[in-house]
Design a protein around this ligand. Structure first.
Ligand code: C5P
Length: 411
C-alpha cells in the first residue's frame, strides 16, 4: 500500500506593491489546482489588499507578524515554511528583493525565506526605473547566484502610466511556472464527479426520511482528488460542511435530484465516485400539507429509488466508477458481491456503525487484485490513500480501453 500522498504545499508571500491585488487571483488559481496555500503578507502588502481576502481564498489564516506566533512550539518564523514544497513571493517589491539579497530577517516573510528548507521563487513587480536601477540589478544577480528563481518581470504599461520592464507576470504565467517546478499532480486534466452525504426523501412539507451520513468521507475524497490536481464536482445531499476550496458544489436533497445532478455532469467526467448514503426507498407520495397527528396507525408506502452508481457503472461508455459499501454485518462478503454486481473496478467497504457520521474510518479497498485494508485514521488521510490506490488502476483501465469512449463528451 502506497504512503498517504500529500498535497503540493506552497507558501505564498505577498509584499507591498500595486500588483498585490493580482496575488489574490494567483492564490485562487493555486487553490483551484489542489495546492495547499499558506499566505504570508508583509505590513506594506496589507495596505494594498486585505488579509481577509487572502484568508477567504486560501481557506486558512494569513500570517504577517513575526511577534504574534500561533504555532504550537512558538517557532512560526521557521515552522511556517518547513512543510512547504516551494515559497513563491508575488509580487516581490524592489525593497523585498534588496532585503532578501542582503540576508535580512526583519519581518516574518524575510525571516521565513532566510530560514527555509525549500526552493524559493520571486516574481518582481516595480516601476521600470526601479527595475533598471543598478542596485536592483545587483540584488537580482545575487539572488540568482543564491539559487532563487526569478519569475519575469514582464514589460508593458505600468500602474504609474509609464511603459517598461517591471510588471509582475500574470497569475496564470506564475501558476504555470509553479506547476512546471512541482509537477501538475497525478490527476491533472481529469474531471472527477462525486456524490456525498445523505439524501432526504420528503414525507410531507416538513418531514422526511434521511440517515446519519455527515458527508465527511465524500468531502474528504473531493479534497483529496482536488489535491491530486483533478477538477472536482461534488453533488451533495444536505450536510453541515463547507465544500473544499476549488470544488464545484451542486447541492441536492432527494435521491431523484441527486441522480438528475449526476446525469447533468457525468458526460464531462473521467471518474465517478459514489460516496453518498443514498436512500434505498422513498415515500410513493409526498403529502402537500403537514400530516395531522391522530390515534390511528399510519402506514407509509415506500418505493425503491434508482441506484445512481449502478445506473452509471453498467452503462456503455461509463466513467471509471468507484463505489462505497457500508454494512453492519458480513461486510467483506457483501462488499465484494456489490463490486461485482455494479461492475466496479474499485469499491471501498466500511463498517456502517463506526463509519457513518464519524471522524475516523478504516476502509477496506476491493479491486480485481483482492482486498487492501487501510490503517484506521482521519477521513482525509483515508481519502488520500484511496485516491493514491485508485490512480494506477485508473491509468491501467484507460490504457486497456475498458472504457468505450476515449475522451468524455464535452458538450
Ligand atoms: O447497494 P448499496 O446502496 O449499499 O451501495 C452503496 C454504493 O452505491 C455507494 O457507493 C452509494 O453511493 C451508491 N448508491 C447509489 N445510489 C443508490 C444507492 C447507493 O449511488 N440509490
Amino acid at each position: 500500500m502506497a504512503d498517504s500522498p500529500k498535497p503540493r504545499r506552497i507558501l505564498l508571500g505577498i509584499t507591498g506593491g500595486i500588483a498585490a491585488y493580482k496575488a489574490a487571483v494567483l492564490c485562487r488559481l493555486l487553490v483551484k489546482r489542489g495546492m495547499d496555500v499558506q499566505v504570508v503578507m508583509t505590513a506594506a502588502a496589507q495596505r494594498f489588499v486585505a488579509a481577509a481576502t487572502l484568508q477567504a481564498l486560501s481557506g486558512k489564516p494569513v500570517e504577517s507578524d513575526l511577534w504574534s506566533d500561533r504555532t504550537p512550539n512558538g517557532m512560526g518564523h521557521i515552522d511556517l515554511s518547513r512543510d512547504r514544497d516551494l515559497i513563491v513571493v508575488a509580487p516581490a517589491s524592489a525593497d523585498f528583493l534588496a532585503r532578501l539579497a542582503g540576508g535580512r530577517a526583519d519581518d516574518l516573510l524575510s525571516t521565513l525565506c532566510l530560514a527555509r528548507a525549500c526552493p524559493l521563487a520571486v516574481a518582481p513587480a516595480m516601476n521600470w526605473q526601479m527595475w533598471d536601477n543598478p542596485a536592483t540589478g545587483r540584488n537580482v544577480a545575487q539572488l540568482r547566484a543564491d539559487g532563487v528563481q526569478i519569475l519575469g518581470p514582464d514589460s508593458g504599461v505600468q500602474a504609474c502610466g509609464e511603459t517598461g520592464e517591471g510588471r509582475m507576470l500574470e497569475p496564470e504565467d506564475i501558476l504555470r511556472q509553479v506547476e512546471s517546478r512541482l509537477g501538475p499532480g497525478p490527476l491533472a486534466g481529469r474531471r472527477v464527479l462525486l456524490t456525498a452525504g445523505p439524501t432526504f426523501e420528503a414525507i410531507d412539507v416538513v418531514r422526511g426520511i434521511t440517515n446519519r451520513s455527515s458527508g465527511r468521507m465524500g468531502y474528504a475524497l473531493a479534497q483529496a482528488a482536488r489535491e491530486a490536481g483533478a477538477e472536482v464536482t461534488l453533488v451533495s445531499g444536505p450536510v453541515a460542511l463547507a465544500p473544499p476550496p476549488g470544488t464545484l458544489l451542486v447541492p441536492v436533497e432527494s435521491a431523484a435530484q441527486m441522480l438528475a445532478a449526476v446525469e447533468a455532469h457525468v458526460a464531462r467526467c473521467h471518474v465517478f465516485i459514489g460516496v453518498a448514503a443514498v436512500a434505498d426507498y422513498r415515500p410513493t407520495q409526498i403529502c402537500k400539507q403537514k400530516l395531522k397527528k391522530s390515534t390511528q396507525t399510519l402506514t407509509l408506502e415506500l418505493e425503491p429509488t434508482e441506484d445512481i452508481l449502478a445506473t452509471l457503472s453498467t452503462r456503455p461508455g461509463a466513467p471509471f466508477c468507484v463505489g462505497f459499501a457500508a454494512e453492519s454485518q458480513d461486510l467483506e462478503r457483501y462488499a465484494e458481491e456489490k463490486r461485482r454486481r455494479k461492475q466496479l473496478p474499485l469499491l471501498a467497504a466500511n463498517a456502517a456503525e463506526t463509519a457513518i457520521g464519524a471522524q475516523d474510518n478504516a476502509l477496506i479497498l476491493f479491486d480485481d487484485a483482492g482486498r487492501h485494508p487501510l490503517p484506521r485514521g482521519p477521513k482525509l488521510e483515508q481519502a488520500r490513500l484511496l485516491i493514491a490506490h485508485m490512480i494506477p488502476l485508473l491509468e491501467r483501465w484507460e490504457r486497456s480501453g475498458a472504457h468505450t469512449h476515449q475522451e468524455p463528451n464535452l458538450q
